[in-house]
Design a protein around this ligand. Sequence first.
Ligand SMILES: [Zn+2]
Ligand SMILES: [Zn+2]
Ligand SMILES: [Zn+2]
Length: 281
Amino acid sequence: MKLKFLGTAAAEGIPAIFCSCETCKISHELGGKNLRKRSSFLLDDKIMIDFTNDILHYVHAYQLDLSVLEHLLITHSHSDHFNIFDLEMKLNWFTNPDHKPLNIYANEACIQRVKDIPEVEDWESIGMKERLHFHPVRRWQEFFIEDYKITPLAANHITSYEGEHSCIYVIERDGKRILYAMDSGWYPDETWDYLERHKFDCLMLDCTGALLQRQGVGNHMTLEENIKVAERLKKSGSIHEGTILVSTHFSHNGHVVYDRDQDEFLQNGFIMSYDGLEIEI
Ligand SMILES: [Zn+2]
Ligand SMILES: [Zn+2]
Ligand SMILES: [Zn+2]
C-alpha cells in the first residue's frame, strides 16, 4: 500500500490562520516542511481519508486528478475533516459530466450535516443524488471498498453532534494492516480490545498536542501519549520491529517545528509527518 500524507495539521494549520505565536513565526520563517495544511490522506491514489478545507491546495500542489477519485472515507464531521461545501464542485456544471460518482463513507452525523445545509435543494437540482453516493458507516461494522477491508473503531472524540460516532479506521489489503487514527484521545476499552488482538504494519496517530507535557488534551493526543500507545501495543504483540509509527495532525499549540523537533520523534521511534510524506507498506 502506498500512503500519502496530503496535509498534517490540526484545524488551524501551521502557521495558523489568525496567529502570531512563536511556533507560527518560526514556521513562517523556515517554510518547507514546517508549513502544514489540514489533515487528509491518500491510500494507493484510490481512497482519500478526510476532505479538508485545503482540498484545492492538494489538487494544485500534488497535481492530483480527483476526477478519477471514487472513494472518500470520513472520520467525523469537524470541518477540517469533512469540508462539505467543496463537495458541490463534484456536481453538474462545476465539473465534466462523465465522471464516475464519488462514494462517501461516513457516520450518520456527517451525512445529516450535508442534508441540513440550506443549499441542499439546489444541490439536488444539479445532480447530487447521481454524483454523491453516501454510505453510512457504523462502528464495528466492517465493509469493503474494492478489495480493501475497512473496520471502523470507536474514537474518543466529541463533536457538536450529540452522540456522533467518530471513527478511527483499520484498513487491510494483501496481508497488510494499517491504523488511521485521527482525532482521538486515549482510546475507549473496546477499541483497545480490538487493537490488542490484531497485528499492525503501520500506525498513524493523532498528535495534536505534540510536545505538551501533559496527558489528556481531551479529544486528542500528545507525543507522550503516542509513545504510550506504542508501548501498550508492543506488550500485546500488535506491533513489531518493522511496524512503522507515524505521529501526525499537529497543532501550533503543541509547539512543534519540523526542522527543530523531528529528531525527538525519531528518538522515540516515530516518524514526524510532514505534508507530502509518502510511505510504502
Ligand atoms: Zn482534526
Ligand atoms: Zn500559532
Ligand atoms: Zn475533530
